[in-house]
Design a protein. Sequence first.
Length: 252
Amino acid sequence: MLDSKKWGRWLCNSYGVDAAQVKALGVPIPPVPHACNELAVSISAHRQWQQFHSNVYILKGDLGTIMHVKGHPVDCLAFPTSAGLTNPGVGVAAVVHDRAGPVLSNFALDYVQSKSQRGWSYHGVEEVFVSPGFKTGMKCLVHCIGPSYHVHGSARLLYNSYAKALLAIRKRNDVTCVAFASISTGILRYPYEPAAMCAMQALRDVIRLHPWPIKVAIVCFEPDALTAFETAKETVEATFFTAPVAYPEVFQ
């Protein structure tokens, strides 16, 4: 418990970092009674790595039908949508709207109209909107407005879309399992490989900086998307503590 050198070696051998490097990332380190600093850091680091390794899933599937992830009931859907928030009639947003029923479009339209009366018209890129689940049976739906691949700073914007969605879900404190569709890879034509890296980096950074026990599934309809997200997860997992926070401003 008090052997700082022993736990320092374990941390280095397991994750390629020392206690100071983990703390420099902003990772919260709860105190451990009667333990050295290196042990407290090692326990926190292992829990967070384990959260990413065991509770982040990459699945072949469809947000129109998914109900469970590895036996866990899904209670939130997060999906890409248009800036107007209403049913765009195409893509995964249309699938979720069909599943939720017309009341979702009416709810979104009422929200947009109430905002427009105060001089606001559309949500911007990287913003998220949380609505009730309606007929989906979910506790909530998270509408994510992702960027086009060709806009300036698209990687940062896409990362922020995922991070803001996760932080909005965390704030509710009642969601235990969320199913995401990949953001911006449909009509906005963001290539699967860089899109998957943005998603996994955002997941990593939220787990490192704001850990909480939730299960997250990226649900891929296309086989190429599945492969890209599986590869990105492996890459990010291998450098979980050696990589810096990708875009720290979203957490400030």
